[in-house]
Design a protein around this ligand. Structure first.
Ligand SMILES: NC(=O)c1ccc[n+]([C@@H]2O[C@H](COP(=O)([O-])OP(=O)(O)OC[C@H]3O[C@@H](n4cnc5c(N)ncnc54)[C@H](OP(=O)(O)O)[C@@H]3O)[C@@H](O)[C@H]2O)c1
Length: 230
């Protein structure tokens, strides 16, 4: 893994995000690891573009950014649970999923990707989900989550194409972390699924990131480094 430079984790208070911060600090490959979240100073709320811009301006003053991982995401809360059928579609639920899973990360890329150094290794990884794959959708359900993650993947791919024009060594990808024991997955983790602790997922994701090459920019990969169909 790259030595020196700054690594930032957005969504650092989440299950996978916190484990990524801990693993990065333990590995010590970056000179600084900066956790950003709704609870950090400055705070970064994906539904508030000004807070994204302010957090990225803060990052810009911390040294050369070499890695940024967006570990934010929304599946359910006290108001909304993933839909089981079309009958349950609710515009407010859909809007929230798109705000947090697609529009927020796109605005994060708008403000953060210009911080990528012009030369040398840089990786931006957005945590997506295999259920956002259209080609892999055989079960249905979870309409808002699936569609918002598919939109995230398209935003990521489009940003990767643009980034490559000025930063040919940069890598911008979507990653599926696998099923991980967090508050996002806990109500839905069925027995039989390979549910892994966040620490394992974080290690696997960092291994995948370390092995990515610029030729893979714009891609969608799982925690084993295998390409996920769009
Ligand atoms: N867990 C799984 O099995 C699984 C499977 C596939 C994909 N994923 C993806 O992996 C990523 C991490 O999920 P996780 O399991 O770690 O979930 P988690 O523990 O619920 O963490 C989600 C994070 O998103 C943050 N967040 C939500 N709304 C936000 C907003 N408006 N602005 C800024 N941050 C916001 C939360 O911040 P607060 O701490 O402030 O609430 C939290 O830190 C997500 O993209 C998820 O879709 C997870």
């Amino acid at each position: 893994m790259e030595n020196g430079g700054v690594a930032a984790v957005i969504g650092a208070g989440g299950g996978v995000g916190a484990a990524l911060v801990a693993a990065l600090q333990e590995q010590g490959a970056y000179s600084r690891v900066i956790p950003l979240s709704r609870g950090s100073a400055p705070a970064l709320d994906l539904t508030d573009e000004a807070s994204i811009a302010a957090a990225c301006a803060h990052l810009a003053g911390q040294g050369e950014l070499r890695l940024a991982i967006d570990a934010t995401g929304f599946l359910h809360d006290a108001r909304f649970s993933p839909e089981k059928s079309l009958r349950q579609l609710d515009p407010a639920h859909m809007a929230q999923a798109f705000a947090v899973n697609a529009i927020g990360p796109a605005l994060l890329m708008k403000h953060l990707l210009p911080l990528a150094p012009r030369t040398g290794r840089f990786v931006f990884a957005s945590l997506s989900a295999r259920v956002g794959s259209i080609g892999d959708n055989h079960l249905g359900g979870w309409h808002s989550y699936r569609a918002s993650k598919a939109a995230l993947n398209q935003f990521m791919r489009t940003a990767a194409v643009e980034l490559a024009r000025t930063r040919p060594e940069a890598i911008c990808v979507s990653l599926h972390p696998g099923t991980v024991e967090t508050k996002l997955s806990s109500p839905f983790a069925r027995s039989g699924l390979d549910v892994r602790p966040p620490e394992t997922a974080a290690r696997e994701l960092l291994d995948v990131i370390a092995n990515l090459t610029p030729a893979q920019t714009g891609g969608f990969f799982d925690h084993k480094g295998l390409a996920v169909p769009w």
